[in-house]
Structure formats: structure tokens, C-alpha cells
Design a protein around this ligand. Structure first.
Ligand code: ATP
Length: 463
């Protein structure tokens, strides 16, 4: 895989309505993107696949949708105000700001955002001669400093000094889960072990915008926090590691060779264990999901700062304890980019022709079925095709297309990954059958209209 593929995916995503640069008519807005008509469908289908495996299929996992704005003390308790930062260096000539650990990584020096300022500055000094500003080429940088990633807001502050007591846009979705731990316990019949799942936006002042939707300042997380007895933490950690790995293979149909485990050696002080699942992006293996054993840090901190007891009482043993938390934290946008990378295919056809096909698993396809009348200037074909389209539309995401020749319409649907195209032709008017063409094999079969809905359901369920 190469960077070239990333360029192709970026232009394909815009051309076919998957991903647009944010506020593009104003020149775009760095590290923020918008999902277009097919992008939003694909994103929703990824979210549904995640929700199904996490919430629907597990009796002891329930959902939550907490607010983006939270009490400012949440971020003090969590440690984000003091320590949620990445190391930043600045070019002294053109003032370009660069994330120091990535800068070192690019010249082949292993570094980590969790390193101390002293450690990272030592590495920068040792490799001074090899570092060049990506903008002006100069080799004169400031010392690395920790840069806080929380995004501030002036919500509800009607004075001009909102910098003194800022409200933040949440830097991760899981804090909304921790502060609702008691509410969920009191309002449901869940007992430990149980989990709370949430999908939602998170915001980070990322130092450098790069690699398309991989690193954004506004992005979506799919997180699940599993509350366990401390003695059961390790076995639950191993179980969730296995389950999350399987999700990418079984539900998203990624090839196993495109996935890799990465263990964090530099852990934040409270973490017991941290592994990432990495995907083979066009720019190399990078994190799509983190699986963390967070110990009892989060609930302990929130108990302390809120003065509310967040311990759990086991009714059988009559013992109280602060649960440990096993976290699975996946990024929707990184998963979507991995899906595009995995399934974007340029396929050679006969007579030197090629086609672009998004070979998506059927559950992820934005449009499931497209309906075409063979010719657009024959009202009887259009009428019949419209009737079929209207009958299928409540069942599946469908598209109607009567523009251009059939070959071009197939290509358009192949590009966006539509599994089935239905053509209404002159035989349809005689025998009430249509052709159903398969995206991957390009084979066509004739199916009776009255059996169409059932057969399409069966085909689409057979992922
Ligand atoms: P990185 O080391 O790449 O900055 P991280 O370790 O800070 O990522 P986590 O805090 O573990 O990431 O967040 C969990 C998940 O949220 C990540 O695995 C990723 O999929 C997603 N994520 C984090 N930051 C971003 C971002 N800036 N843009 C898009 N997705 C992100």
C-alpha cells in the first residue's frame, strides 16, 4: 500500500459524496470534515454494526447518550486539565507547530506522546541535524513543550473573562459514562459486571492536521466501559481484547493481515494495561482502537471531586468496592477510513477496461439496491420501474437511476458499493421478471417481481 492510495481515496470520497472538506466554499477548515450523502449512510452502518455487537448482543451492556458539554470539574477530576497534552515544537523561523513525537517518528526515531518533556527533548537534541521544518526547511526549533488538547468554549459565560473558568468540549466520550455510573445502576437492574456503551463526538486541539479523517479536531468515538470487580479485571480485559479483534474480522470483514496489536509501554500512571488495535492504512499501521484496563482511577477521582460515593455494593457478599474499568475505545472516522482502504478496488475487466468497485460487506453498503428502467424514453418501462422502486424503498436503501446507458449506471453503483442492481426491460412487461445483477460477480439472474423483496432480503443477509 502506498500514499498514492490515500490520494485516490480522498478524491474518490469527495467525487462520490462520501467525505467533503468542512466549509469548503470558504477554503476549508483544518482537520475537520463533513460526511456527504453516502458517507453518512456508511458511517451509520458502521455505528449500527458496533452497537449490535456491543449492546444488542450483550444482555449486560446498555447504551447512553450523554451531553458534549459537561461540568468543568469533570475535566479536572479526570486529569485532562492538568495532563491531556501532546509534545509540541515550533519552528523559530516560520512558526509552524509540529507534534514532536510524530516528527521524530518520521525520521525513524521511536517516540511516544506520553514521554516526559525531558525525554522527548533529549531525543530532539540527539537528532537535531536530521530535523527539518516541513514548511520552510529550516532546522531551528523551540524546546518541546506540552500542549493541552482540550477545546475551550464560552458556553453560558456572559462576561469577557471566560478564559478563567472555561467550559470544555469533551475530549473523550467516556467521561459522560463515568459520571452516569450511579444513574445507570439506580435506574436499571444491572449488576457488576456490566458495561455502558456510547457513540458520540469528541474534540481535541490536535497540533497537526494530517492523514485526512485519521486525525481530526472533531471526531466520533464508539466507546464501551465495562465495570468489573478488581479481581476479575484481567480476565475481562483478555476477553474484550479477543472480542474487539473479532469485530474487525467478522463484522467488518477486514483481512487479518491488515490488523496488528500494539502494546503501550509508557502507560499513564493509573493504567494497568493498554493495547491498541492497529490497521494497515495507506500510510502504515496506525491505531483504530484502544483497549485499556483503567483500574479504579476514574470512579475514585469522580467520587473525590464530586463528593458523591461512587462505590458499588455487592448484595451477595455485602462488600463495597470501587469497580475497575475495562475500556474499549474505537474511532468511527478511523474505522471508516479503514473500511475505504480495505474495500476500495480497481478491477481489471475484459478488453483493457477497469472499474472501481467498493467491495463492502453488504451490511455496510450505503445503498443496498438500485433500480433502472432499461430506456428512459419509454414511459411503460419507467412506470414499471418506479412501481418496483416504490415497493422496495420502505425495505432497503434504494436508488432510482435512468440516466446514461446501463453500463454507466452499473459503474456508478459499483463505485459506491451497491450490492444489487435491478433492471426493468421489455421482458419484464411480458413475464413480470427483472434482472438482478450482483456487484462482485457481475452475474445476472432473472427473478419474479413478486419474489423480489424476499430474495433480496435473503441475499443481503448473506454477508
Ligand atoms: P493518537 O495516539 O493517534 O493520538 P489516542 O491514543 O490519543 O490516538 P485515544 O485517546 O485512545 O486515542 O482515543 C480512542 C480512539 O479515538 C482512537 O483509537 C481513535 O480511533 C479515535 N481518535 C482519537 N483521536 C482522534 C482524532 N484526532 N481523530 C480521529 N479519531 C481519533
Amino acid at each position: 500500500m502506498e500514499q498514492n492510495l490515500l490520494k485516490k481515496i480522498i478524491s474518490f470520497s469527495k467525487r462520490r459524496g462520501f467525505i467533503f472538506p468542512c466549509s469548503e466554499i470558504y477554503g476549508g477548515f483544518s482537520a475537520v470534515y463533513d460526511y456527504g450523502p453516502y458517507g453518512v449512510e456508511l458511517a451509520n452502518n458502521i455505528k449500527s454494526a458496533w452497537w449490535k455487537t456491543m449492546v444488542q448482543e450483550n444482555e449486560n451492556i446498555i447504551g447512553l447518550d450523554s451531553a458534549i458539554f459537561m461540568h468543568p470539574k469533570v475535566w479536572q477530576a479526570s486529569g485532562h486539565v492538568a495532563g491531556f497534552s501532546d509534545p509540541l515544537v515550533e519552528c523559530k523561523k516560520c512558526h509552524t507547530r509540529i507534534r514532536a513525537d510524530h516528527f521524530l517518528e518520521e525520521i525513524g526515531i521511536w517516540a511516544d506522546e506520553k514521554m516526559s518533556e525531558i525525554e522527548i527533548n533529549k531525543l530532539l537534541d540527539e537528532n537535531k541535524d536530521k530535523l527539518k521544518c516541513p514548511k520552510c526547511g529550516e532546522n531551528n526549533f523551540s524546546k518541546a513543550k506540552k500542549f493541552n488538547l482540550l477545546v475551550k468554549s464560552n458556553l453560558g459565560n456572559f462576561t469577557s473573562d471566560w478564559d478563567k473558568s472555561p467550559v470544555y468540549l469533551r475530549g473523550e466520550t467516556c467521561q459522560g459514562i463515568y459520571v452516569n455510573f450511579k444513574n445507570v445502576l439506580d435506574s436499571t437492574r444491572q449488576k457488576i459486571p456490566f458495561g455502558i456503551a456510547q457513540i458520540g463526538k469528541a474534540f481535541r486541539n490536535e497540533i497537526t492536521a494530517r492523514q485526512f479523517i485519521f486525525r481530526q479536531r472533531e471526531f466520533t468515538q464508539m466507546e464501551m466501559q465495562f465495570f468489573v470487580h478488581p479481581e476479575k479485571a484481567k480476565e475481562n480485559y483478555e476477553r474484550w481484547k479477543k472480542k474487539r479483534w473479532k469485530f474487525y474480522l467478522d463484522n467488518l470483514k477486514f483481512k487479518e493481515k491488515n490488523l496488528k496489536w500494539h502494546q503501550h509501554k509508557n502507560l499513564v500512571f493509573y493504567a494497568k494495561e493498554a493495547w491498541d488495535i492497529e490497521y494497515n492504512f495507506p500510510f502504515g499501521f496506525k491505531e483504530i482502537e484502544g483497549i485499556h484496563n483503567r483500574g479504579n482511577y476514574d470512579l475514585t477521582q469522580h467520587s473525590k471531586f464530586s463528593q458523591k460515593d461512587l462505590s458499588y455494593r455487592d448484595n451477595k457478599t455485602k462488600k463495597e468496592y470501587i469497580p475497575y474499568i475495562i475500556e474499549t475505545s474505537a474511532g468511527l472516522d478511523r474505522t471508516l477510513l479503514a473500511v475505504l482502504t480495505e474495500f476500495y478496488t480497481e478491477e481489471k475487466l475484459e478488453k483493457g477496461k477497469t472499474r472501481i468497485v467498493l467491495k463492502l460487506p453488504k451490511n455496510l453498503a450505503p445503498i443496498k439496491v438500485a433500480v433502472f428502467p432499461l430506456l428512459r424514453n419509454r414511459p411503460e418501462l419507467i412506470d414499471k420501474a418506479r412501481k418496483i422502486f416504490n415497493s422496495l424503498k420502505p425495505e432497503f436503501m434504494c436508488e432510482f437511476d435512468d440516466n446514461d446507458n446501463i453500463g454507466k449506471r452499473y459503474r456508478r453503483q459499483d463505485e459506491i458499493g451497491t450490492p444489487y442492481c435491478i433492471t426493468v426491460d421489455f421482458d419484464t412487461l411480458q413475464d413480470n421478471t427483472v434482472t438482478v445483477r450482483d456487484r462482485d460477480t457481475m452475474q445476472q439472474e432473472r427473478i419474479k417481481i413478486e419474489e423480489l423483496t424476499d430474495k433480496l432480503h435473503k441475499k443481503l443477509n448473506n454477508n
